[in-house]
Design a protein around this ligand. Sequence first.
Ligand SMILES: [Zn+2]
Length: 561
Amino acid sequence: MAFSLGKRDWASDRDDDRLPALVRWGLQRFEWVVGILGRRRQGRTVAVGVASTLLLGLGFVMPAQGRAEIAEAETFQILYTNDIESVYEPLPAIWRSDMTHIGGLAKLASLISRYRVQEPKSLLLDAGDLFTGSLSKATQGRLVFDLYSAIGYDAVNIGNHEFEYGWQTLAFVSQRARFPLLNANIFYENTDIPFGRAYVILKVGSIRVAVLGLMGVDAFINTMMPSHRQGLRIVAPEAVAAHWVPRLRQEADVVLLLTHQGRTAPMQTNKEADPDVQRGFEEEYALAGAVDGIDLIVAGHTDHGLQTPIRHPDTQTLIVETFGQGMHLGVLNLRYQAGQPLTVLSSDLVPVNADELPSDAAVLALIQTARSEHPELAAVAGTLVGHAPRKYYGESVVGNLVADALRAHAKTDIGMITPGALRADLTAGSVTVEQIRNVFPFLDRVSTIRLTGAVLKDVVRKGLQREYGLPQYSGLTLTAELAEAGEDAFISIKINNLPVIDAKEYTLATGSFTATGGEGYHLLTPHIIGTSEALVADVLVAYFKSMGRVEAPDLGRQTLR
Ligand SMILES: [Zn+2]
């Protein structure tokens, strides 16, 4: 078959001559449809998306075929990442003593190459969340698929962030991917037509590895804009896994799931050093126990780094996950023995030591080309004096800074920002537009709210429950007893150093997602008195440009005990 999809030729992996004639015909038509429509009808993304998934849906009717040959025993390597979220530059590793910078996509790529040289029988997989960030947004995801193609991923799962520019954009732009992009449990509404490709069977050595992609219901429903998934529906991952796993066991030696589920990851860079922000992996564990026959789950979305794989005692399914943002490469050396659970020979979350690793030239060139095509992002907006890191469950410097910028823009008594919206730290020195937009890459505008002191106390009280992390404030200081989530939580709450009066009115500025009830802040919504033309991201850039030199705000606005 002539249509090659990059480094790895699906046709040879798929071993087409063992497929039934109907399926073979369907796959050939699929490749023709993608090849022709993808080139000629670039505006008709829906047609391409539907046509491709219809034909991919033939996987549903593929009968179980007997294996012509069975691998007996073999060792192989799984390299894995999750939730890189377009963090392309190394991050200051202020929590580590063994390196100054960690991560960076070009550094990660060269680390991957090292492990592939050591063990050619390797598969490279990602559990989803490729998009977000300035360059991803500026290219509507095109750069992202080019980068993962250049690195040579063997299969990638769809994460919630991939819907950030709407599903139509994803269906169109993902055709650039030279790797299978997987999801088995999202369908077009009122149909059984799958949105993505459910699975792929990859060959490593003589072993055939089936890889199935799944997204969690919460990730689909609660962590993306409803308009971005309008026209699609999701089916519970357990039900879809229970459908596919027995079928895949007939076709492959090893069955592997890429999952993107559980509670959304905390936005904090040093999460590997802070056990308080570990999200857990309950949904993966439940899935591993509920569906027999899964050898390995490579998880994403929660960023719950597992230094050693977890094995479910009932089904022997292994679970692995990294801390995300490309800071570590998961390396798992396994031994396959027919009829046995996989044996772990070694496992590691290898930190991407940016001080020592060279940058992969191809990856670096792609990023630099994208930057050169968007010179507006490279412009320096100002200078930051001091570092501004994030902290999810506590007061953070960058949170205070963003709250200050919102308050200054809207000229309100209070600025407020929730930590889930803060997607990057800022480091001391010159700060570019790209770096500032990375902090807040969303499309929120600034909403102004007028509320009484009594309502304000309810808002602050809700924040103290920290369900979605601790909100950050400007103009407001508080001391609170965290054990008391109710009426008695406050020891002191002040605005401009004066105690809050229940009957008095105050003004507050925050992002429009929060103001309209995002993360459960419905109490704000009836009190909105205006929303800016400007995006929050633009307000932040303007703040730096107008100040020139911005001091990283001190901590001490919130004392929690
Ligand atoms: Zn996610």
